[in-house]
Design a protein around this ligand. Structure first.
Ligand code: SF4
Length: 481
């Protein structure tokens, strides 16, 4: 087989235009569609002066800089140095910037100044999809994923660890100062870098101790990123990280459902998800303007207060309880039948439990009911039913007990079981794509506010990937906005 001629020095009589180098369905074109469609008001919401200054040296156009950041986040190029390189040697970036080459300082300044307003761009992706009827909001699923912080877990200490570290530092500093004083130069000029570093670390340890002592929420603190928490990361490993949240619904096209769109997003410095179900549902509702009929969540989100809120709103929620095996107990309190007329419960053996009093547990009022001790002592099920053999079985009924009972009945239905299976299919691929294809196994910045902005831009980029797939599969490649 003959070989083709290859000439790297080849000159073109009529060189191709930049536009010809980028395929018509390329995701960079889609990013440009979205960014170019932003109105002056939209830019203003993002905190960007789209007109620029009339004085001074010409600055890079915000459309170019925003496009580069968004496109970079779509494909896992997230640091300003990598973006700077890409703006010099990759055609999609050169096309987005109009063959300009912003350096990492310019890119960083733009991101730093506007990252906190990227939620507006995220909301725009959702509203675009909703307006074009591309998202099926009947069902939504929420989940969280642990993302490592830009800090080593080895820098996380509890109170005792910090005290030990402080003692070691004090000894090391005293030792270094003694060495300094033994020298001939003045201390100010001879202060070695090692001593200065140790003094900075000592100050940081003192601040961390004060921070830890001033609150009860967390027992450990990280010296590099004080807001990162020790949590289980991927594959069960322990990391210093954050809990990144997403509410997801399926997208729909004429061919049927095809992908996923994130409709609510957040990051918390809490390991547990159980305070987040209602806030995430409300955020999704606010962004989409639609009440989802069914919300799917795993057992980590279970809390009676959430069930009560969904019940009040008339919305269905599929969320299993973490302590499932107690529900199978034949003497679980749900097996006791309530009689509203007499305000009593009837136990599985037919005995009556009378209302006794209201007791407060952690500020929550619980209604206490109790069976007659003599009746329980004579009962063949006494051992299985209660440990309080002397006084008889009692029931503590919280304010959400009726909602809980209805929820348990709902969770045993085929529809709820189907919904539970669907949850994984909806939300887990989203985290897989963001971590594996968009490279977000670790946050690049530190602090809750910064990593939240980073996560929001990652999710925005994820939504744009979804919308781009729909856009590129459309024969006419019509603008989406
Ligand atoms: S122990 Fe008391 S409450 Fe429990 S089943 Fe027997 S009679 Fe009923």
């Amino acid at each position: 087989m003959p070989l083709r001629d290859m000439d790297r020095e080849q000159m073109w009589l009529l060189p191709p235009s930049l536009d010809e180098l980028l395929p018509q369905d390329h995701p960079a074109r889609f990013v440009a569609e979205i960014v170019d469609a932003l109105t002056k008001d939209d830019w203003s919401e993002l905190g960007v002066d789209i007109d620029g200054d009339s004085m001074g040296a010409p600055a890079y156009h915000p459309r170019a800089l925003l496009s580069v950041w968004v496109y970079g986040f779509m494909g896992g190029v997230r640091s300003c140095r990598k973006l700077e390189t890409a703006c010099r040697d990759q055609i999609p970036y050169l096309w987005l910037t109009g063959w300009q080459h912003p350096d990492h300082n310019t890119l960083w300044r733009f991101y730093k100044d506007h990252r906190q307003s990227m939620r507006k761009l995220f909301e725009r992706t959702v509203r675009t999809a909703v307006a074009m009827e591309l998202v099926d909001l009947a069902v939504q699923a929420v989940d969280g994923t642990k993302v490592s912080s830009n800090a080593s877990v080895n820098r996380s200490y509890d109170g005792a660890g910090l005290r030990g570290l402080l003692e070691r530092l004090e000894l090391a500093i005293a030792d270094l100062e003694a060495q300094n004083e033994a020298g001939e130069d003045s201390a100010a000029t001879r202060l070695p870098q090692e001593l200065a570093n140790k003094k900075v670390l000592r100050e940081r340890v003192r601040l961390a101790m004060a921070e830890l002592a001033s609150q009860k929420r967390h027992s450990r603190i990280n010296l590099t990123d004080p807001e990162a928490r020790v949590m289980k990361g991927r594959h069960g490993g322990i990391v210093a990280g954050y809990n990144a949240q997403a509410m997801v619904s399926a997208t729909k096209t004429e061919e049927g459902t095809s992908g996923m769109l994130v409709t609510a997003v957040d990051v918390v410095d809490e390991v547990n998800d159980n305070a987040l179900l209602t806030p995430m549902m409300e955020q999704a509702e606010g962004t989409t303007g639609t009440k989802s009929q069914m919300t799917l969540a795993d057992a980590g989100y279970f809390a009676a207060s959430h069930l009560a809120e969904f019940d009040r709103r008339g919305q269905q929620v599929v969320v299993p309880e973490s302590r499932q095996r107690f529900l199978k107990d034949p003497y679980h309190k749900d097996r006791f039948i309530y009689d509203g007329d007499s305000d009593t419960f009837r136990c599985p053996q037919g005995q009556t439990l009378e209302f006794l009093r209201i007791q407060h547990v952690n500020g929550v009022p619980l209604r206490l009911y109790r069976a007659a001790g003599a009746a329980c002592q004579a009962c063949p099920a006494l051992r299985a039913c209660t440990k309080a053999k002397e006084i008889g079985r009692s029931l503590s009924i919280g304010p959400h007990d009726q909602v809980l009972r209805r929820h348990r009945a709902w969770m045993s239905t085929a529809a709820a079981k189907e919904g539970h299976k669907l949850r994984k299919q909806l939300v887990e691929p989203v985290f897989g794509i963001i971590k594996e294809q968009q490279g977000a196994r670790r946050f690049l910045l530190r602090g809750l506010s910064n990593v939240t902005a980073e996560w929001i831009l990652l999710v925005t980029a994820f939504n744009l990937r979804t919308l781009w797939k729909i856009w590129s599969s459309s024969a006419r490649l019509q603008p989406l906005t």
